[in-house]
Design a protein around this ligand. Structure first.
Ligand code: ADP
Ligand code: ZN
Ligand code: ZN
Length: 703
């Protein structure tokens, strides 16, 4: 040991329940500063680890001291900001430090040898000299300019509440530019929900900044990239060569030593919440990181999450807790374009079982004849959600899940969208042999088929037939399929676009004059209290795809329209949509939430348990709940009884959950921290050996 005089604490991803602490102690020949990336032996393997501040957590006692196997040379240590972010995430979301730290690093850092990484580093080019070129700017609208000025002069965080097409992206571009100009090493992080859906955004950032800072200054970071690309982007950000990182939720963990600004576009989008491992909210972490690292944070949306909306209510003498975020309002569309007129079709007055009501069909046909585009939204892929036998009531249930198998007509399959089980469509009822098996309900495939038939007699201005294209998870499975389908729409080769919510998000379509929600009612009566919020956001986003090009709209002279087919035309969601009135909708929802004590007026966590039987899953939760009764930290926390999940069984696994609620975030946090060891102990009790797994979801999005 005399030649290895230094003791270092290393965060590694040790297997869960291995009994090892968060940090492991190793011996090292040289003192290694915190943040150094190392390779260390763990059992029979050698794994990546991060040297941690010894003061952050005591080492696990009684572990034999082994030597650090190697240091990743040439990589600057991860800075204290990054380590604090990781430590906070682990604590807040109740995961181990090592798991969060290692998951936050690009996968290739784990798999490549130190030599291979050294080679990558040598290959990556040095920082390019900034070109002298000045950046060409469009003239901001008055609303944009006022937002920009506020962001420039106030500390934030900001909620940029701007209508679709109000020019939020232009404000982001300008604020990024300003942040980067402040210092030669300044960096900005721009997050979007799903980058594959918005290749235009990346183009806009590149076009704006590459001429000034060099092509290498803008990098992307998302799961659609290869591991090699991700490593390369990560290294560029870590070394400060990349000035702008554009990414999805994972990018919140990028190492950005010069971080000055974080933008979270479409901040309400549920995809900012990670749904496995550490179930973090990238939006919430962005706010935390911004505060901790002294970077400004801009949240942007046309339909903010009710949490952000509530946090940005103005402070008043009666309500001094308001004003945590500064709300910036941009109600007008660029070019004075109008938001679409909302038309509700009362489906109670329409012929029964019609997918498309006659007036909507006529409106679509009219657009086709004028050479304009329409977009139809139906949030269900496949042909029909279930096959049904009229004689014996057989349904196409998945044998492994408490869900139906969906009928896909194009490839004649029945597919479970939960576990993936696929089988051929039976000719006759598997239960009674009847040939009278029929699809019930409708999906995008059926909508596409019927629309194609119904529009067959309608011709475009050049005398050619109407073209219908469907975009959903099925049509875009092949690599590049989504991009080419979107390109078709942009090129005007499509008259009617049919799809799931995939088509509602972010796209800057120029020639769409009609958008329709074919069957949105399902979400109105969901048991999930966030369902109306999500539906409203989706419909507003969808509406935002229509009439984006004011000059085109003026030339065509057609009013742009958003159609909603519903059996509840006077539901508050549709009343607010009709007026494009997000504030009214939010006020109504917040009133309901306040009365029911739901977020943002309370804080929640879920404990989930999976087992072969409901009894075992719920038994574990009940035992954990009993154990919790001994904790003084339970005082301000309500623990509800275990219940099965809405889809109780998936892939033969029974799922149950238990809700926790508290009026205080810190009280909930303190309770979870105190309870965590008891959960582990309950798990270890042989009475619960049938349990497959359990997990905690803090600030869950779906209850
Ligand atoms: P949002 O992100 O709010 O939906 P965008 O930033 O995409 O809006 O702006 C909508 C359209 O208006 C885009 O085509 C954009 O290029 C254009 N635009 C934005 N700001 C301006 C401006 N100040 N002057 C002219 N065009 C603008
Ligand atoms: Zn039958
Ligand atoms: Zn299934």
């Amino acid at each position: 040991m005399s030649d290895l005089p230094h003791l270092v604490q290393v965060a590694v991803h040790a297997p869960v329940h291995s009994g090892l602490g968060d940090l492991l102690s190793y011996a090292s020949a040289a003192p290694l500063p915190p943040g150094t990336l190392v390779r260390v032996p763990l059992g029979a393997r050698e794994v990546l680890g991060v040297v941690w501040d010894a003061a952050d957590a005591p080492p696990a006692p009684g572990v034999e001291l082994r030597a650090v196997a190697g240091v990743l040379e040439g990589l600057a240590p991860l800075d204290a900001h990054w380590r604090r972010l990781v430590a906070f995430t682990a604590r807040y979301y109740q995961r181990s430090l090592g798991e969060v730290a290692l998951a936050a690093l690009p996968p290739q850092l784990r798999s490549l040898s130190t030599e291979q990484i050294a080679r990558r580093l040598r290959r990556s080019s040095p920082a390019p000299e900034a070109a002298a070129e000045t950046i060409e700017n469009v003239v901001l609208s008055a609303e944009q300019e006022s937002s920009r000025a506020k962001i420039s002069s106030e500390p934030g965080p900001f909620l940029l509440f701007g209508s679709t097409g109000s020019g939020k992206t232009e404000v982001y571009l300008r604020c990024v530019q300003e942040a980067l100009a402040a210092a030669p090493d300044a960096q900005a992080l721009v997050m979007v929900p799903e980058i594959n859906l918005t290749p235009q955004l990346e183009e806009r950032f590149r076009a704006r900044f590459a001429p000034h800072f060099g092509a290498a200054a803008v990098v992307a970071l998302h799961s659609g990239m290869t591991h090699a690309q991700r490593l390369s982007s990560w290294l560029a950000a870590h070394a400060g060569r990349a000035r702008i990182v554009l990414g999805t939720r994972m990018a919140v963990f990028a190492s950005l030593p010069g971080l000055r600004l974080i933008v979270v576009d479409e901040e309400h989008d549920p995809s900012y919440k990670q749904q496995e491992g550490a179930r973090y909210s990238a939006r919430d972490l962005a706010l935390w990181r911004g505060r901790a690292q002294g970077a400004k944070v801009i949240l942007g949306s046309a339909t903010p999450s009710l949490e952000s909306w509530h946090a940005s209510r103005p402070a008043t003498p009666e309500d001094p807790a308001g004003g945590r975020y500064l709300r910036l309002h941009m109600p007008s569309r660029i070019g004075a374009g109008a938001l679409p007129r909302v038309r509700r079709v009362d489906m109670n007055q329409q012929p029964r079982r019609s997918v498309l009501s006659p007036p909507l069909l006529a409106a679509i046909a009219e657009r086709v004849a004028r050479g304009e585009q329409s977009m139809l939204l139906l949030n269900r892929r496949g042909y029909a959600p279930v096959l049904h036998c009229a004689d014996c009531d057989w349904k196409s249930d998945c044998p492994h899940c408490s869900a139906h198998q969906v009928f896909h007509k194009l490839d004649r399959t029945l597919r479970c969208h939960h576990c993936g089980t696929t089988q051929r469509v039976p000719r006759a009822c598997p239960a009674c042999g009847s040939l009278d098996i029929v699809p019930i309900g409708r999906g995008t495939e059926q909508l596409e088929e019927q629309l194609t038939q119904l529009l067959a007699p309608v011709l475009r201005p050049d005398g050619t037939p109407a073209r219908v294209v469907r975009i959903d998870a099925d049509s875009t499975r092949a690599k590049g399929a989504l991009q080419s389908q979107l390109a078709q729409v942009h090129a005007g080769e499509v008259d009617v676009l049919v799809g799931t919510q995939m088509i509602a998000k972010g796209h800057d379509f120029r020639r769409i004059t009609l958008v329709a929600a074919v069957q949105p009612d399902g979400a109105l009566f969901s048991s999930d209290f966030r369902a109306p919020e999500r539906l409203f956001a989706l419909l507003m986003q969808a509406a935002g795809r229509a009439g984006r090009d004011a000059a085109y709209m003026a030339a065509q002279g057609t009013p742009c329209e958003m159609w909603v087919q519903t059996s509840h035309p006077h539901h508050p969601v549709f009343e607010a949509l009709k007026r494009h009135d997000y504030p009214a909708f939010a006020a109504q929802q917040l009133q309901e939430r306040a009365a029911a004590g739901l977020p943002p007026f309370s804080f929640q966590a879920l404990v989930r348990a999976d087992a072969r039987t409901q009894e075992v899953a719920q038994g574990f939760l009940r035992a954990a709940s009993e154990a919790a009764q001994t904790l003084p930290e339970l005082a301000q926390v309500t623990l509800y009884p275990p219940v099965p999940l809405a889809i109780q069984r998936v892939a033969n696994v029974e799922r149950a959950q238990m809700l926790l609620e508290s009026p205080h975030r810190t009280a909930l946090q303190r309770f979870l921290a105190a309870w965590q060891p008891l959960l582990h102990a309950t798990r270890a009790d042989p009475a619960h050996k049938g349990l497959i797994r359990w997990l905690i979801d803090v600030d869950p999005l779906a209850i």
